[in-house]
Design a protein. Sequence first.
Length: 335
Amino acid sequence: MERAGSRPVKTIYLGGGTPTVLPPFLLARLIGAARSAFDLAPLCETTIEANPGTVDGALFESLLSIGFTRLSLGVQSFDEGELSLLGRIHTRAQAVEAATTAHAAGFEHLNLDLIYGLPGQAMGTWQASLEAALALQPDHLSLYALTLEEGTPLAREVAGRRLPEPDPDLAADMYEAAESLLAANGYAHYEISNWALSEPAQCRHNLIYWRNEPYLGLGAGAHSWMGGCRRANVASPSEYVARVSAGQDPIDFEETIGPDLEIGETMMLGLRLLQEGVEYARFQKRFGVDLRRRFAREIDELEQLGLVVCDTARIRLSERGRLLGNQVFMRFLPG
């Protein structure tokens, strides 16, 4: 089989959804196909997502033998009431067992996903979930504010006033409480929603997104960005399989990204990296323009508002800017 592309593949990420519902032999075939089709970098980060209610020690051992180096568990909460509200199939005990068993099996890099800003969520239960997560000693945590997606059961409950509207001010307080607690426990806040115990623990796959570097998405609903073009495959798995089986293109959406939009999106995504920010030298090398001249007016206004910090090497969000990121990002996108 002829290998695709000319660049070594640095990361593989299997998700979203729950790929661990597939038996290990199929997961092994997927990773084997990737090794055959691409030149994988020697230390390729290979991540798989998992639902705590669908895993056990035998599966974790199989995943490690297949070549997965990083595990991301969709815990969401350690509160039983919140898990029920979110429609999760696992319990608190299963989440604890999954993380503990993953460590025992030998997963060095473990991420836990948590959600805050839920309807009716109290600060106390959020802090208790954070404490429960820390007790499991993951080397990475992803904390996401709830987004009510149209058409979901939770959105319908809120729309029907059977649940209260999420409180954005309380969600901001929860975010700041998490910042303080995780910093006290040695976690570096390297991206708006992500914390890591060390630089090797950072999610290298997501760093590619935040640096707006090329990536290839395979499978139903997968997105790609490369060669000045953004693409998305059809969302239906059955339609995706039917098209591929018939030798047809599975792409459902395609958009050409011009230079101005690529520059704007590079700023928007790069500023999510709280310590790295957008480096002037990297920007200059990529686009051939001086970031500080290109956005002189925008940067001056944002500095006066206290939303960004500039030094000799980079522009970053300020602590205040972390809570008002969208107000910053929009200034760099073409009108």
